[in-house]
Design a protein around this ligand. Structure first.
Ligand code: K1U
Ligand code: ZN
Length: 192
């Protein structure tokens, strides 16, 4: 298994619509396993393939808590086939929007149809955090982030901060590099 790099906003790949899976073959199983390992390492409770730069309709989740023991869930081509009229608001985070959180209202109960890790068609009734998380992950497959559900004022403020953090990190990495490659630096010193 392998840890995959997680893309952060604003990255154009996070805004694209992902393609359906034709069959859950060995390549998709490997992607699912790598995504689960990446999600646990982050740590997170869900991850969608576009977050690791793969525009395929695959998500993984594990919201295990003392009261919820679903274990890891692997879903290819997940679709919401029923949603409650009742909404619930949850403070959401996202591994692609690090260190920012916002309240988002979504249907409190949903029924999801998907292909599991063995390629078998399944349906699952989701409530509570699992319902919120599965909707958040399916949104990723359609190029939608939780910040698309909040005011444009707050969204743009978060995106500006993320862009600044990325530029600062790039500048720091650049400052840590030697000004000249070692061999040229040595040659320059010897020539003096
Ligand atoms: O999609 C993602 O980036 C994963 C995201 C899922 C999510 C969280 C909260 C509401 C909706 C969807 C995360 O996992 S953010 C990290 C997180 O919530 C968490 C991390 C460790 C322990 C418990 C929660
Ligand atoms: Zn997310």
């Amino acid at each position: 298994m392998a840890l995959l790099p997680i893309l952060t906003a604003p990255d154009p790949r996070l805004k694209k619509k992902s393609k359906p899976i034709e069959t859950v073959d060995a390549e998709i199983v490997r992607l699912m396993d790598d995504m689960l390992e990446t999600m646990y390492a982050a740590p997170g409770i869900g991850l969608a393939a576009p977050q690791v730069g793969v525009l395929k309709r695959v998500i993984v989740l594990d919201i295990e808590r003392e009261d919820v023991k679903t274990g890891p869930l692997f879903m290819a081509n997940p679709e919401i086939i029923e949603a409650s009229d009742e909404d619930v608001t949850y403070e959401e985070g996202c591994l692609s929007v690090p260190e920012h959180y916002s309240d988002v209202a979504r249907p409190a109960h949903v029924r999801v149809r998907y292909l599991d890790r063995e390629g078998k068609a399944q349906e699952l009734a989701c409530d509570g955090l699992l319902a919120t998380c599965v909707q958040h992950e399916i949104d990723h497959l359609d190029g939608v982030l939780f910040i698309d559900h909040i005011s444009s004022l707050k969204r743009n403020m978060i995106l500006r901060k993320l862009l600044k953090a990325r530029k600062d990190a790039e500048r720091e990495a650049e400052d840590d590099k030697p000004a000249l490659p070692k061999s040229r630096a040595k040659a320059a010193a010897e020539a003096m």
